[in-house]
Design a protein around this ligand. Structure first.
Ligand code: FPP
Length: 235
């Protein structure tokens, strides 16, 4: 088997296909999300195993509010229960859990557990597990610009470096690899600013079926890529 040489520092995942996974089995869509949690668990374990430093999971987008109220409520309660259940375990595994998005617009019990887990794990030095909840790439840029204006910067001072500092997590490096499951090939407003030079990996596997083997396939594909960042490859 091929050996892993270059490991991405930061992987972002657009977890897609929960609904289709359930529909294929004649189950309600929400059961696809429930099964999706198992794929989250497997992916976190695999990321620890392969020494990934940052893993960002697109869990709820600013556009997902268009879904039926029951589905949204189910998703939030699933997040709440699982963060409650797994918080200690993640902490024991030296995982630092963080969140990006307009967290302040979420239901108060979810905000409470988010603050608890973030605080509990804030000194951990292993995997940074970042959940994007009520997240939109455009919204993130708008929020950053608002903060810049509030801080009183002059027009001449505004540049890429400054805006990067005002995004949700300025200390996190840009994603090297973005994975999207379920066969769709779109960015869907995920890490728009940060993905300028990311490599993309698309797989037909539906998110609830995604496992360590699929994760490894993405890593192997990534290491065959030649990253140029707009330059040329040095010989
Ligand atoms: C996309 O499938 C999936 C989502 C919108 C939600 C994913 C969220 C989780 C698995 C929970 C994350 C967990 C925590 C603890 C924060 P889809 O419904 O768009 O599928 P479809 O395209 O087949 O309809």
């Amino acid at each position: 088997m091929e050996k892993l040489k270059t490991i991405p520092v930061h992987i972002g995942i657009i977890m897609d296909g929960n609904g289709r996974w359930a529909e294929k089995r004649n189950l309600p869509r929400i059961l696809g999300h429930k099964e999706g949690i198992e794929a989250v668990r497997r992916t976190v374990q695999a990321s620890i195993k392969y020494n990934i430093k940052y893993l960002t999971l697109y869990s709820f987008s600013t556009e997902n509010w268009k879904r039926p109220k029951e589905e949204i409520e189910f998703l939030f309660s699933l997040m709440e229960q699982n963060l409650k259940k797994e918080g200690e375990n993640l902490n024991k595994n030296n995982v630092r859990v963080r969140f990006i998005g307009r967290i302040w617009e979420l239901p108060s019990n979810l905000i409470e557990i988010i603050n608890y887990v973030e605080n509990l794990t804030k000194k951990n030095t292993g995997l940074n597990l970042i959940f994007a909840i009520n997240y939109g790439g455009r919204t993130e840029i708008v929020d950053g610009i608002r903060e810049i204006i509030k801080s009183g910067y002059r027009v001449e001072e505004i540049n890429e470096e400054l805006l990067s500092k005002f995004l949700y997590l300025s200390d996190v490096p840009d994603p090297d690899l973005i994975i999207r499951t379920s066969g769709e090939k779109r960015i869907s407003n995920f890490l728009l600013w940060q993905s300028a030079y990311s490599e993309f990996y698309f797989t037909k596997v539906l998110w609830p079926d995604f496992d360590e083997k699929d994760f490894l396939k993405a890593l192997l594909d990534y290491q065959r890529r030649k990253r140029k960042f707009g330059g040329i490859i040095e010989k």
